[in-house]
Design a protein around this ligand. Structure first.
Ligand code: GDP
Ligand code: CA
Length: 310
């Protein structure tokens, strides 16, 4: 079965690992590039790297991002030289950012770079970019606009979010690889990623939402909320701040126009009637993915559901 996953960073990578573990699944992942930014002259693509490192099994499993067995000597030198070092970039990780930056400077397509990096790390699923253009999330707080990483890492998501914008989006073009993966899929899965800053910047690349909507595939999203709480990150605060319900029903309403079914956690069964009223089928399970087995089990439940619909 051809499965295309729309994914952010940590939540996205867990779902990607689950799907990648299944036999008979040909997996393509469309990642989020709106968290990308330049640090120390290097182009950093955190969500794409989280996918690559997770699928290559070199990820730091305790924090869910970055490379395991990492050192920070390069950062120490930068700090000594007066650079701001709130963005934690490890020594091994720096190597990838140097490579990516060199190739971008040569004019290589970001999609080709991401593909080659994934191949070099031995990643089997295809990691695709929604666009090769620069698109960047900006967060408006009471102190003005911040870059996504200033809000997320430097300010630790503390400021109240007043508005979100993605620079560059209106002029961005979708990649042919992403469009093909969407059109050719048997199943499209929206990972339990942040709907506002991981999934929206993918869907909002001109052409992507329409492609998903037009695709013949069955479309299933997984809620990143369990009992009205996030596993990690600011999705609840952001949804609330922007007037949306910070729970599985809010996710259902956000995706209702493009998905067929929503996978919710069992504890969210009381929201079932209202989610069905949005026109969605409901799958329910234990959706907290800790172990390898949790990820593969959740993925197989989604794939089995899709097979049953065929
Ligand atoms: P980021 O880019 O690293 O912030 O990660 P994502 O956007 O991909 O994922 C963040 C979201 O993943 C958060 O809203 C979490 O609630 C959700 N999440 C993380 N782990 C799990 C999990 O095991 N199960 C579910 N259902 N959601 C999860
Ligand atoms: Ca992210």
């Amino acid at each position: 079965m051809k499965v295309t996953l729309l994914a952010g960073g940590v939540g996205g990578a867990k779902m990607a690992e689950g799907l990648a573990a299944l036999p008979d699944v040909d997996l393509s992942i469309i990642g989020n590039v709106a968290d990308d930014d330049a640090f120390h002259g290097l182009w950093v693509s955190p969500d794409i790297d989280t996918l690559t490192y997770s699928l290559a099994d070199v990820i730091d499993r305790t924090q869910g991002w970055g490379v395991a067995d990492e050192g920070h000597r390069a950062l120490q030198t930068l700090s000594k030289l007066g650079a701001e070092t709130w963005m934690t970039l490890g020594d091994r990780d720096f190597g990838l950012h140097i490579h990516r930056t060199m190739r971008r400077a040569k004019g290589d397509r970001p999609s080709d770079i991401a593909r080659d990096v994934a191949n070099a790390f031995g990643v089997k699923p295809q990691i695709l970019l929604p666009t090769d253009d620069v698109v960047q999330t900006r967060v408006r707080t009471d102190d003005g606009w911040l870059s996504f990483q200033e809000y997320f890492v430097r300010e630790r998501c503390a400021p109240e979010v007043r508005e979100l914008a993605v620079h560059g989006l209106s002029d961005a073009r979708p990649t042919p690889e992403a469009l093909e993966a969407i059109a050719g899929a048997d199943l499209i899965v929206v990972a339990p990623s942040n709907p506002l800053v991981s999934i929206a910047p993918i869907l909002d690349v001109p052409g992507i939402r329409a492609a998903v909507s037009d695709a013949a595939a069955l479309k299933v999203a997984v809620s990143p909320f369990i009992g009205g709480k996030v596993v990690k990150g600011p999705a609840d605060k952001m949804m609330k701040a922007l007037g949306e319900r910070p729970d599985a029903l809010g996710v259902a309403r956000r995706y209702a126009s493009i998905i067929d079914a929503l996978m919710i956690d069992r504890v969210d069964a009381p929201l079932g009637a209202e989610i069905r009223a949005e026109g969605l089928d409901i799958l329910s399970s234990a959706t907290l993915m800790k172990s390898r087995d949790d990820k593969a089990r959740l993925a197989s439940e989604i794939v089995d559901y899709a097979r049953a619909q065929q």
